[in-house]
Design a protein around this ligand. Structure first.
Ligand code: 13P
Length: 243
């Protein structure tokens, strides 16, 4: 199964126009059992988008964040129970933009557990900064981000989707080179395979319609987590055509 996931981040997207443009440029019948398309809008748009019938039938909906706590006195937070009410299927966790706001590896693990308990698939982001890459410490760093999940025997990592998003390629207009993507994903797969797991790993960072065919050819890649190029229904449809 391949995945194409849109992360709309904190952007205002007109979902009617988006859908129109997507439909005009993508043959819906190509959405079959081998490709899952997921849209992660902002919290204020989740209900609206989840209720649109096309999204219900053809495109799955994800959240961009969730609280690790149960419903209760947590001002401004959204629980997994809230997400379940709207039939949300996926949720991004550990995105670098949230880690920059203080989300720790331990928070990521707690969120993953909470999501799995509600049968919502976590999309776990990981990736190194430019500084770490330049110091040639990428592997050590990636391991430190994922080890938390690996070590927890109660957590089934095969029920998660992982997304390799090197920070230096996010929002830059130029994706990571194929060799870096191959090396990082192969490394993570090798480490996890010791535990007999077969992980789903996506790539994210400046994916667009032009570079997506080449990146898709990378070893072990199961799809994309797309930011900027997912904001326009036509551009996103053009990426979908490359699967
Ligand atoms: P861009 O596609 O805008 O680089 O964003 C990638 C990303 O952060 C997806 O989560």
């Amino acid at each position: 199964m391949k995945f194409l996931i849109a992360n709309w981040k904190m952007n205002l997207v007109d979902s009617d126009n988006w859908l129109l443009a997507f439909n005009e440029n993508f043959d819906n019948s190509s959405i079959n059992n081998s490709l899952e398309i997921v849209i992660c809008p902002s919290f204020t748009q989740l209900a609206e988008v989840a209720q649109k019938s096309f999204f219900k039938n053809k495109i799955k909906i994800g959240a961009q964040n969730v609280s690790e706590n149960p419903p209760g006195p947590y001002t401004g937070e959204i629980s997994t129970e809230h997400l379940s009410q709207f039939g949300i299927n996926y949720c991004i966790v550990g995105h670098s933009e949230r880690r920059a706001l203080g989300e720790s590896n331990s928070d990521v693990k707690n969120k993953v557990k909470k999501l799995l308990s509600k049968k919502i698939t976590p999309i776990v982001c990981f990736g190194e900064s430019l500084e770490i890459q330049e110091k040639r410490e990428t592997e050590k760093f990636l391991l430190s981000q994922l080890d938390y999940l690996l070590k927890d025997k109660d957590l089934d990592i095969n029920k998660c989707i992982f997304a390799y998003e090197p920070l230096w390629a996010i929002g830059k207009g130029v994706a990571a080179d194929l060799q870096t993507i191959n090396t990082s994903i192969s490394y993570v797969k090798k480490v996890f395979d010791k535990n007999n797991s077969s992980l789903t790993v996506l790539y994210g960072g400046s994916v667009n319609k032009d570079n997506s065919p080449e990146i898709l050819s990378a070893d072990h890649i199961s799809g994309f987590l797309v930011g900027n190029s997912s904001l326009d229904g036509k551009e996103f449809a053009n990426i979908a055509k490359n699967f």
